[in-house]
Design a protein around this ligand. Structure first.
Ligand code: HEC
Ligand code: HEC
Length: 344
């Protein structure tokens, strides 16, 4: 193992100073292009509802996180050294902790050109994922396969057409072969989800910007009211930027939202049946129905909104129709906060 002095130096510097934001020439279209995608603009939704910016985080124009490319990097607790190429290579994600997961199939570790980016790049090798995508670990293979089929059939779209990661996922779903999907589904379903998000109720949050499709603290940030939103941010920006699958997230949620979410989730007043009837007693999934406990609140909120607005209308989506029909944004905040706070 080589000692990487630049990393050692960076480790003593707190995340705050790491977050030196440099003005770069990257705009939203440029970043979409960096995902190899150009998508046609679509009207957000038939009902004219505006997607919540806190859930569908769009990069702040002209802002990028400073990142050292083409030098050996490592993360705490890993013997692996990895050199990030520039621009970021979505077919070659780092695997910092190979001992913590089974061997990845080629499609997860490397993907396939064109447009089937390595699943492990975004969802991470242990499947835990990030706020702009989602946790796949422990979801049933049948569910993963059905979702990929929904994308292939054009039935899963984002309410925010400018959300680059969701557009990338749409392209991956459209281009992955059945065999690739089966291999990836077998891999992710074999993994055990772990606690990944620390939920904190608060009245105020740091001022933020969005970079890398994530909320991060603004340089020299003051504080502002949280209002009716959830802000999900990395626990350690540097490790998250290095795609360390041992470094999770913190979700700031409004005071009282966890208890309110619990009431909504555990009563049968939403959609006529308690969530546990389909998602399992502890909301850890039941048969092909996905787990909800401990998952990213930004992701949960996007899905409730997309289901409500008919952007997600897969084969099994009608089972959620009554559940989401009358949800207000306040309800979506509360439900997402509560679900994220549960043990996965
Ligand atoms: C460029 C980043 C990226 C890559 C690479 C990627 N995904 Fe995704 N994936 C996403 C995003 C973003 C979402 C969430 C979309 C949303 O919020 O609407 C997602 C969601 C999913 C879901 C839905 C999970 C659920 O609970 O419904 C599945 C299944 C999935 N991805 C499978 C895969 C597989 C299999 C691969 C590799 C073949 C892959 N993804 C590669 C970004 C990515
Ligand atoms: C009648 C059965 C049923 C009930 C009741 C139900 N769900 Fe679901 N839910 C499903 C199914 C099936 C899916 C997968 C939908 C699809 O494939 O499009 C789903 C998907 C979801 C998703 C998206 C998860 C993901 O991984 O993308 C969320 C979030 C969700 N449900 C939340 C809830 C909440 C909260 C409740 C209770 C208020 C609830 N559900 C009640 C059947 C149900």
């Amino acid at each position: 193992m080589m000692i990487n002095s630049s990393f050692a130096l960076r480790r003593v510097i707190q995340a705050r100073s790491f977050m030196k934001i440099i003005v770069a020439c990257l705009s939203v279209p440029a970043l979409l292009f960096s995902y190899g995608l150009v998508i046609a603009a679509e009207s957000p939704s038939s009902q004219g509802n505006t997607p919540m910016p806190w859930a569908y985080a769009l990069n702040t124009p002209d802002v990028e996180i400073a990142f050292e490319f083409n030098v050996p990097r490592t993360v705490p607790g890993s013997d692996v050294e990895f050199v990030f190429s520039n621009p970021r290579n979505l077919y070659q994600p780092p695997d910092w902790h190979p001992e913590n997961h089974p061997e990845m199939p080629e499609i997860v570790a490397r993907g396939r050109e064109p447009l089937v980016f390595a699943c492990g790049y975004c969802h991470l090798p242990n499947g835990q994922g990030r706020p702009e995508n989602t946790n796949l670990s422990g979801l049933s293979a049948q569910y993963i396969i059905q979702q990929m089929a929904d994308w292939r059939n054009g039935l899963r779209r984002s309410s925010e057409p400018l959300h680059g990661p969701a557009s990338a996922m749409q392209a991956i779903g459209a281009n992955a072969t059945e065999e690739e999907v089966e291999e990836a589904a077998a891999y992710f379903s074999s993994l055990t989800p772990k606690q990944w998000i620390r939920v904190v109720e608060t009245d105020t949050v740091p001022e933020t910007i969005v970079a890398g499709w994530m909320y991060i603290e603004k340089e020299g940030a003051g504080i502002e009211p949280i209002g009716n939103r959830i802000l999900e941010m990395p626990e350690d920006l540097e490790r998250t930027e290095l795609r360390d699958d041992n470094s999770g997230f913190i979700a700031y949620v409004p005071v009282g939202s966890i208890a309110r979410g619990e009431q909504l989730v555990c009563s049968s007043t939403v959609g006529g049946a308690p969530c546990s009837a389909c998602h399992g007693a502890e909301l850890k999934g039941l048969g092909p129905v996905p787990a909800l406990a401990g998952r990213s609140p930004s992701y949960i909120a996007r899905q409730l909104f997309d289901l409500q607005n008919g952007r997600r209308r897969g084969l099994w989506s009608p089972l959620m129709a009554e559940v989401v029909a009358d949800l207000a944004i306040e309800d979506i905040v509360a439900i997402s906060a509560y679900l994220a706070s549960l043990q996965p």
